[in-house]
Design a binder for this molecule. Structure first.
Ligand SMILES: Cc1cc2nc3c(=O)[nH]c(=O)nc-3n(C[C@H](O)[C@H](O)[C@H](O)COP(=O)(O)O)c2cc1C
Length: 306
């Protein structure tokens, strides 16, 4: 079997996830292709650079990528696509690749497994990836989402510290930033499951088996938080994106956004935990059904405009 591992990784996490996952594909021909923007994103970021990347990322505006290094023949038995959400949207490198001509060639008719390594909010980004894959006629057969184990508010702090200073280690009462090492190591087992499923031609039922091993966890309060986030980001990305990129107006709008976003997370997150506990009682069947849908690979009609 010939497997293409296609990934973007700015600070190395998705790369580590892919390398561990690939260990499960013993005996297969593994081809690795890292997606590289022509103009790399800064790391660590300044606060302004970080929030300034938001409007174009959310709008999935294409950025220029370095040429695809593999011969672009459509002869892979499986494509593993590893990416990370940025602002509830696939990162610009990932979304630009999905909009490229090469993608049209390689994904057509091929089974695809997506690997996500992120803080904890990936549902909408994955819906956007699903939309691209439908257009590209790729067949999504599996998804594994690795998220930070710590709670929502703490992980905002640890991720922002990591992204803005490059420091990933534990400090005060905060755990290290990013996905836990043990979860990354476990990806080798997940890879093995996918490898076996490919060998046995049982990819159609792969997701169920992956879910039994904890490939995806969907928390109802995060579904609600993301629903609000997707809506608000739609408005904010237009508001900031409408200002000329070099203008003072843009700088001011980015400044307001960089203050409001973390504040909203800190205030909304605890409120929504309480609200979702109430809604789970009142509306348990619906919310559980929505959470279950996000664990499968069909399109979920929950966030508008994805
Ligand atoms: C600009 C930016 C925005 C991000 N937005 C999100 C997000 O919306 N949801 C989330 O779970 N993680 C978010 N993250 C964290 C990333 O998904 C990812 O965990 C981190 O960038 C490390 O990935 P890498 O090392 O593979 O590049 C964001 C990171 C960056 C740099």
């Amino acid at each position: 079997m010939k497997i293409l591992f296609l990934y973007y990784s700015q600070s190395g996490q998705a790369n580590a996830i892919v390398q561990s996952f690939a260990k499960g594909f013993e005996g297969d021909t593994c081809v690795f292709e890292q997606i590289k923007p022509v103009q790399p994103f800064p790391f660590p970021w300044t606060t302004f650079q970080f929030f300034n990347a938001f409007p174009e990322t959310f709008a999935q505006q294409k950025i220029e990528l370095q040429p695809f290094s593999q011969p672009t023949i459509n002869d892979y038995d499986l494509i593993v696509f590893a990416y990370q959400p940025w602002f509830l949207t696939p990162s610009p490198a990932a979304s630009s690749f999905l909009q490229s001509d090469v993608a049209k060639e390689i994904f057509k008719g091929k089974p695809v497994v997506t690997l996500i390594g992120c803080r904890n909010m990936w549902l909408g980004a994955q819906e956007k990836v699903k939309t691209h894959l439908l257009r590209l006629e790729g067949k999504l057969v599996g998804n594994i989402a690795l998220v930070d184990r710590t709670d929502n508010v703490k992980s905002v702090i640890t991720i922002l510290r990591w992204m803005l200073t490059g420091k990933k280690d534990a400090f005060w009462f905060f755990p290290p930033a990013g996905v836990a090492d043990v979860d990354i190591q476990n990806m080798a087992n997940m890879g093995k499951m996918v490898h076996e499923s490919l060998q046995q031609s049982t990819l159609d039922t792969l997701q169920t088996r992956l879910n039994e091993k904890g490939a995806i966890e969907v928390k109802p309060n995060l579904v609600l938080l993301e629903q609000r986030g997707q809506k608000a980001f739609g408005i904010w990305s237009k508001f900031i994106g409408n200002a000329n990129p070099q203008s003072l107006q843009r700088k001011i709008r980015v400044g307001i956004f960089s203050f409001l976003l973390p504040t909203a997370v800190f205030i909304l997150s605890p409120l929504l935990t309480i609200l979702s506990a109430i809604m789970l009682r009142v509306n348990k069947t619906k919310l559980t059904a929505v959470a279950d849908q996000f664990k499968q690979n069909g399109k979920v009609d929950f966030f508008k405009g994805n």
